[in-house]
Design a protein around this ligand. Structure first.
Ligand code: IPD
Length: 265
């Protein structure tokens, strides 16, 4: 049963409420000190009981508020819906930072209506920064409008990137980086793809690229970049379409040209 297309602003209000509640739980657990850490796909891929508890909380709230929607979460939540709306949830993007006490991790929630992201929120819990966008409504940080940079030249561009959890995949990412790093101003590895995208959206980075991110890492951030006036592209990397590239409007073409060469060197 597919009903009326939902209002992106109504979806955003719900996403923000969920992210704020999740952020409060994360902050409480952080100050409480006891976090249980496990590994997932490899010994470097961490998950905590806080990731799992926060995902369960968000899924429970969504079931109560919008029972006909689908849900996909990083920690395994998966429910088909019949409304045409699907929620992509990363309860803590930047889990390694969270475990080590590095203050750069976020709750990321995106509502996708049909095939189009309709609303997204990325809540940087330690900094108390909330990035948000509803389709067609622009992007904000703590309620203030944000925008991407007008950077057009790679040699003076500050880029963010990230690395996966598989050793062979990392070696491939390192080979690409060998080509990219000499061609740009510098590289940042913040440890949260969702925040990297939001930092492109607000001009703290000129661009971001990464091979191998998951939809729950980037869906909200991609919408926020687009609504901040930026562009987002997909390129072939380790898998077809596995590379996400985001930047201001003028930098995307030179960056994708550089990456096309670097990723397949
Ligand atoms: C990871 C972070 C990291 C990126 C990885 C992601 P997680 O998400 O976003 O910055 O480089 O590709 O898997 O595991 O912390 O939710």
């Amino acid at each position: 049963m597919v009903t009326e297309p939902p209002d992106p602003h109504a979806l955003l209000s719900l996403a923000v409420a969920l992210a704020e509640e999740a952020g409060a739980v994360i902050a409480t657990r952080l100050s409480g000190g006891r976090v249980r850490v496990d590994t997932k796909s490899s010994v470097v891929d961490l998950v905590t009981d806080v990731d799992r508890a926060v995902e369960a909380l968000i899924v429970e709230r969504l079931r109560a508020e919008r029972p006909a929607d689908g849900v996909v979460g990083e920690e395994g939540a998966e429910r088909d819906g019949e409304s045409g709306v699907r929620w992509l949830i990363d309860p803590i993007d930047g889990t390694t930072n969270f475990v080590y006490g590095v203050p750069a991790f976020a709750v990321s929630i995106c509502a996708v209506a049909g095939d189009e992201p309709a609303a997204g929120v990325v809540l940087d819990v330690p900094r108390g920064e909330r990035f948000a966008a509803a389709r067609g409504g622009g992007a904000t940080r703590n309620g203030e409008r944000i925008g991407v940079t007008s950077k057009a030249e790679l040699p003076t561009a500050l880029l963010g990137t990230g690395f996966g959890y598989d050793a062979a995949h990392r070696a491939r990412q390192a080979r690409a980086l060998q080509r990219v790093l000499p061609a740009v101003r510098d590289i940042r590895r913040g440890g949260s793809a969702a925040l990297d995208l939001c930092w492109v959206a607000c001009g703290r980075l000129d661009a971001y690229y990464e091979d191998g991110v998951q939809p729950w890492d980037t869906a909200a951030g991609e919408l926020i970049v687009r609504e901040a006036g930026g562009r987002v592209a997909r390129m072939d990397g380790a898998r077809p379409g596995s590379v996400v590239v985001a930047s201001g409007p003028a930098l995307l073409d030179p960056l994708t040209r550089l990456l096309a060469e670097a990723l397949h060197a």
